[in-house]
Design a protein around this ligand. Structure first.
Ligand code: GN1
Ligand code: MG
Length: 347
């Protein structure tokens, strides 16, 4: 690690390097020096094949936001700052892989599950500001870091391909979940058509708006949206929906006791109110019309990806035990059903 850190323009002498966070994709370390505090990440380049293009996206977006937040008067919204390498670049490739660094925001914190409606409102507001502050940024200027990321038709193809490679489907431990796929897909594909048929504006979206990707300060005010790897062209439903599935569930994403997994209406409304405070004035009526379904769309797409990974031998997501992806899938399918069942009231 120390030899990797030598590539970056860091201040002070390194005093500790520790594993950090709960992401499923990269490996993150907290680095403390005698003068500063950083995050070091080993980039997962089998998930993000085009590391240079991804880093250029992040560079462009953080630069843009550092101008547009103050311009819009959002003085308490911050963005990430990449640490340059000695050669003036934003990542290094060494024998161990690709690495990048960010300033560590020591005064801010993330939460895997929110602890109050107020936190949800605040986090959602930052996500709303994020969408709005990038409202004039041309989506086509960003590289597509993961093609078809939230394309449900494509995720179904990937699932069916994995399914076709299995020998004994009826007796498979995920047989019940496999049967649920087609029915849920029929109900949720209309969200994908909003994008593919351009029925709503294509915007710069974050695409991974889990609650733990927004940092809050000590008074629980939303301050900084992080994890910019998948910022690329998308529709607002991806961000709103991923926010709902991760903040308005009564349990964490991998809770295996499904009785505990429900939709928390108060949290739903807190997220919606916060997001609208941040972004409502740029959203069109045709976008707003489908927001209540978007949480179910994102929960379903995540469940489907967890299921596909499970039946493919757990090659994508980091897992802590053999059935982790199956538990995540069951949890997300249950949440999908909950949101669909309550959809009319949510509207
Ligand atoms: C991954 O980066 P991280 O761990 O926040 C995944 C998201 C999923 C999420 C599920 C690049 O996000 O799409 O929603 O896990 N990111 C990628 O927790 O696949
Ligand atoms: Mg991520």
């Amino acid at each position: 690690m120390r030899h990797i850190l030598e590539h970056f323009q860091i201040r002070g002498v390194v005093t500790s390097i520790e594993l950090f966070g709960s992401g499923h994709i990269h490996t993150t370390y907290e680095v403390v020096t005698t003068k500063a505090h950083y995050l070091l990440q080993k980039i997962n380049d089998s998930v993000f094949n085009e590391v240079a293009a991804m880093m250029l996206n992040i560079y462009k977006v953080t630069n843009y936001l550092s101008v547009s937040f103050p311009k819009l008067g959002y003085d308490n919204q911050e963005t990430l700052r990449l640490v340059e390498t000695l050669k003036g670049q934003y990542f290094v490739q060494v024998t161990e892989g690709y690495f990048r660094m960010f300033d560590f925001k020591s005064n801010l914190k993330s939460f895997d599950i929110p602890t109050s409606d107020d936190q949800v409102f605040e986090g959602a507001k930052s996500y709303g500001y994020f969408l709005k502050a990038l409202g004039e940024f041309e989506p086509a200027e960003l590289a597509i870091t993961i093609p078809d990321f939230h394309n449900l038709a494509h995720r179904l193809d990937q699932f069916n391909l994995a399914l076709s490679k299995l020998k004994h489907v009826p007796s498979h431990e995920a047989a019940h979940e496999m049967k649920m796929v087609n029915e849920l897909a029929d109900r949720l594909l209309p969200i994908w058509y909003l994008h593919s048929q351009e029925k709503v504006p294509i915007r710069v979206t974050h695409n991974d708006t889990k609650f733990n990707n927004v940092l809050l300060d000590g008074s629980n005010r939303g301050r900084c949206v992080i994890d910019l790897d998948t910022v690329m062209p998308g529709i607002v439903h991806y961000d709103f929906g991923d926010g709902i599935r991760s903040t308005a569930s009564t349990a964490k994403e991998d809770e295996s006791d499904l009785q505990l997994v429900n939709l928390d209406r108060e949290r739903y409304h807190a997220f919606k109110a916060g997001y609208m405070e941040g972004a409502a004035d740029i959203l069109k009526d045709e976008e707003k019309a489908f927001l209540s379904l978007s949480g179910a769309y994102m929960a379903f797409i995540m469940g489907l990806r967890f299921l596909t990974d499970f039946i493919s031998g757990n090659i994508y997501y980091r897992i802590d035990y053999p059935h982790h992806n199956l538990d995540r899938c069951r949890n997300q399918f249950r949440l999908t059903h909950e949101i669909l069942a309550q959809r009319k009231d949510l509207k």
